[in-house]
Design a protein around this ligand. Structure first.
Ligand code: HEC
Ligand code: HEC
Ligand code: HEC
Length: 377
């Protein structure tokens, strides 16, 4: 009898517990809805706060909708998909030295707290889904201009624009009389009837900006050394062969050959003689292959270059640190030497991976690449 009674209580207890579980279950559910709504609300006010700060502090240079002005375009797919929140945060916090972009963080003497900056980052981030495909303008560079000039213009206008088959451009009187807009128009539209090509469809607008920066430097009487590399010349030669322009291709290959190094240097003469014999199809194949393998460096020398210039960020054993893990590394495995070299010369915008242009020679970078290749085996 007593047993039966107990059983009853057990059942009642069990059902009560079940009901409780169901009830709290619903409570939990509605609680998580409530939390989500609250966090959405918090995010919204975070964003509103960010918008107010942006309008007050940033829009004068970057435009009310991030369209740019004295400051870069910020409402751009290119920038927002490549720059992480951390990068945006760090840029706003610390500013950009030697530009008009100030440091905004209080720890850098600016007016904004970390919380304020996080609000601005959320505000910028909200543009991402609808951001237009604008390639953020790079600051024009006379050195890049000089490099482009050496690869595309010097063939007619002479080294440093001192004149050749086409008139001298580095000419003080002319430079004084004509302004940047005139030069821009002349370059973009060319004078096809007089043998000056139309560059409009060949050069990107930021490349024209670089040329205008070079012309500006010439106007001030400055000399600008091109950061010419064998890799650039091979690009120009390949472009010329593709256009069936043997004369130009030979010009670039003959210029590149004395600068070439390593085992690939032996591959220039055969290609030059193919072009001289008008075997352009074969030349195109061999030149294309050379372009993709270039440069072939020395693994042993590369070890020292790596230790001095790369290990601080990528780790002495390539294990990574501030920089990515390089032993092994998918980007290196998937890229040709030419592509890795391009990265080392250009750096990656918005990351600690800086450009090595002017800091390490093409040969030193080639050696570092050979060393990195050995790690991929
Ligand atoms: C006085 C003008 C000025 C103001 C005000 C200003 N900026 Fe800038 N900002 C610049 C310039 C110029 C650059 C480009 C610097 C360079 O050449 O690297 C820049 C760059 C940036 C970049 C990097 C963009 C890129 O493409 O890498 C970010 C992000 C940025 N600013 C955010 C802000 C925010 C947020 C504010 C307001 C808190 C702000 N800026 C206020 C002038 C300004
Ligand atoms: C195929 C040869 C050729 C190439 C390559 C060439 N130009 Fe020219 N360029 C000429 C000729 C020829 C003229 C003179 C046209 C005339 O007589 O009006 C000229 C004229 C000019 C002028 C006007 C000069 C003046 O004072 O009137 C500018 C500026 C110029 N070129 C810039 C460039 C730039 C920059 C490049 C490289 C992107 C370039 N050119 C590449 C042949 C060339
Ligand atoms: C100041 C730190 C720093 C130094 C010095 C540095 N790197 Fe980097 N490197 C980075 C960072 C950070 C990245 C990742 C960039 C990114 O987020 O895309 C990177 C990326 C790379 C990548 C691309 C890897 C990938 O997976 O996309 C290669 C290759 C590379 N570095 C090679 C080198 C070589 C070679 C040197 C020396 C000549 C060097 N780096 C020096 C910081 C550095």
């Amino acid at each position: 009898m007593q047993n039966e009674n107990y059983n009853r209580y057990v059942w009642i207890g069990l059902i009560a517990t079940l009901l409780l579980v169901i009830a709290t279950g619903f409570a939990w559910l509605s609680e998580s809805d409530r939390l989500a709504a609250a966090s959405k609300q918090a995010q919204k006010s975070h964003l509103t706060h960010g918008r107010t700060l942006y309008v007050d502090n940033c829009s004068s240079c970057h435009g009310t909708r991030g369209e740019g002005g004295a400051g870069n375009v910020l409402n751009s797919k290119q920038l927002l998909t490549t720059a992480s929140d951390e990068v945006l945060f760090a840029t706003i916090l610390a500013g950009r030295p030697n530009t008009t972009m100030p440091a905004w963080g209080q720890i850098n003497g600016g007016p904004l707290t970390n919380e304020d900056i996080r609000g601005i980052v959320s505000f910028l981030r909200a543009w991402e889904p609808t951001a237009p495909e604008i390639v953020t303008a790079m600051q024009p560079s006379a050195v890049r201009g000089a490099t482009l000039f050496a690869g595309s213009c010097a063939i007619c206008h002479g080294d440093e624009g001192k004149g050749g088959s086409a008139p001298s451009l580095n000419n003080p009187t002319r430079l004084k009389n004509m302004n940047d807009d005139w030069y821009r128009q002349t370059i973009v539209n060319g004078r096809p009837a007089k043998g000056m090509p139309i560059w409009n469809s060949v050069l990107a607008s930021n490349q024209v900006d670089d040329l205008i920066a070079l012309i500006g430097a010439w106007r001030k009487g400055e000399r600008v050394a091109p950061a010419t590399t064998v890799a650039n010349m091979l690009d120009s030669a390949l472009f010329s062969v593709n256009q069936n322009d043997s004369a130009d291709a030979l010009f670039y290959l003959r210029k590149a050959k004395p600068l070439a190094f390593g085992p690939a240097a032996a591959r220039f003469d055969p290609i030059i003689s193919q072009i001289e014999k008008d075997q352009l199809k074969q030349a195109l194949t061999d030149l294309g292959a050379l372009r993709n393998n270039w440069p072939i460096g020395d693994e042993k020398n590369g070890q020292k270059v790596y230790k001095d210039a790369c290990s601080g960020c990528h780790g002495s054993e390539g294990q990574g640190g501030v920089g990515r893990k390089l032993k092994p590394n998918e980007f290196i495995q998937k890229s040709t030497n030419a592509e890795v070299l391009r990265l080392l010369f250009a750096g990656r915008d918005g990351t600690a991976m800086r450009s090595f242009t002017g800091k390490l020679s093409e040969q030193q970078l080639a050696d570092a690449i050979a060393f990195l290749r050995a790690w991929q085996k």
